[in-house]
Design a protein around this ligand. Sequence first.
Ligand SMILES: Cc1cc2nc3c(=O)[nH]c(=O)nc-3n(C[C@H](O)[C@H](O)[C@H](O)COP(=O)(O)OP(=O)(O)OC[C@H]3O[C@@H](n4cnc5c(N)ncnc54)[C@H](O)[C@@H]3O)c2cc1C
Length: 521
Amino acid sequence: MKVGIVGGGHNGLVLAGYLAKDHFDVTVFEARHRVGGLCVNEEIFPGHIISTVATYFGMLRRQIIEDLELEDFGLEAYLTDPIAVLLLPDGGFTFAPRDSSRTKISVPDLTAADLEGWKRFWSDMAKAAQLMSPLYHQPDSTQQELIDILRADGLHNFADYVFDGSLLELTDLYFKNRYLKAAAAACAPGFACDKGTVYSCMHYGQAQACGVQGGWGLVKGGMGAVSESLERSALARGVKIRTNARVAAIRVENQGTANKQATGIELEDGSFEPFDIVVSNADPVTTFTRLLDERALPKNWGSSFKNIPSTASAGKAHILLKRLPKFTQLEALGHNYAGIIIITPSIDDIIADAKRVERLEMPRSLMMTMAIPTVTDTTVAPPGEHHLNIDIHCLPITDQGSAWTEQSKSKIRQAVMASLKVHAPDIEDAVEDVYIVSPTDIQERFGVATSLCWHLPMTSDFVFEKRVLPGCRGYGTPIENLFICGSGAFAGGAVSGVAGYNCAKAAKEFARRASLEALQR
Ligand SMILES: Cc1cc2nc3c(=O)[nH]c(=O)nc-3n(C[C@H](O)[C@H](O)[C@H](O)COP(=O)(O)OP(=O)(O)OC[C@H]3O[C@@H](n4cnc5c(N)ncnc54)[C@H](O)[C@@H]3O)c2cc1C
């Protein structure tokens, strides 16, 4: 059977690899000049291989790495030592070397009860994430099932808060220290005071880099090497990958009838290729409001995609360094600048900034997760040169209603530098160049219509059964031989490959049924 895949993001490539393994005839159409989508390397500064968007490795399922032999095709993930250091206001910090007996926590007003609560919180978080993980391979699982599983294991707090509470409310049940709360807030991509952040923290808690449960690492040669290994694996199995091949439409015959069928893919250059099965790796807004004719869908069906509620997204700052900056706390710790460095504002600032971003204003103090991959990987920069890769957790999706421009991005640059300066006073002197990826870039350069990291939000209205399309099952759509496999599908975003993996099963099952029906005719 011939399968056409719209988009060569990592999920599209995972899907392509699995289908090709089962002898499907697969073609991937990627709009950009290279595959990978948000999981990509680019030479932003001369000689520097930068993980432009996704940077941290941990979510990609081991099963996928093995089945598609990604390590044989060049994937090499590694763990750093230390794992992470988290820099808090007023000189507070938490320091996590790989040897956990050397862990240090230094925050004002820390009580023994808070410390015990902090440890219990992370132990429960790890357990909750692990309990959730198998559900990601059951696309018909529901929010209630997760709640029941958490309760059955005694995680009543998590069951109560996973969908209806915020991380801040949940931590309150474990410890009171506001510095520790700010530290916990860093595990949520959104603002810790927002609903949905318990779930998103559990989502990322499933990481398992290099076999370490809860472990996050980096990839040798940059995170884009994940997509490159997937591409090589797919090509070796006969997948045809076409880059600079933007899909203009998914053609559907018998529109408006019960027998409607996707017949193939129309490219922007006007060419058409027929397929038995079409799968979209693009976000659902792109797929259902841009690539399909409204008449191919049930009446008003797509209207929900036109108004995805969102004011906040994320961004990146890539900094070319003249030399390593001196972070005051890291110098005091004798830190080697390897691993993850997190800067988190105070809880009061997080709460105030959540309100600002809701009004599409810039936050005053940024929550940032960063790494200097050049310290641990000599393949990503010329000898002796360094770059700093920064994730900005929360940014207004637009600049007060207008798309982010090269000019307005200077606001983001200034905010990044101001937040860095608090912990690395010499930062300005260490900087050669700064490159910002704004939410508008995520939309325009990377083709995510919603500008969201995970294509759709990961709040209770958009996870588990609510991420499955209305009236459909799993990865299905209202058109029987059209499927979705991107982060906007079950079970959401991150470089996990889960959607591509599960969707391959759904597409194979469809093909099996279709062959059976053809034989019976
Ligand atoms: C700032 C940021 C930081 C992140 N950091 C991490 C991280 O450190 N670790 C992690 O695990 N996850 C991270 N994520 C999330 C992760 O990057 C994404 O969830 C994941 O990469 C999405 O993969 P995907 O294959 O589902 O979709 P995408 O990567 O979005 O791929 C979709 C593909 O479809 C293509 N496409 C769209 N429309 C068309 C068309 N009409 N024709 C042809 N092709 C088309 C696009 O060009 C793209 O290549 C981050 C996300 C963001 C935004």
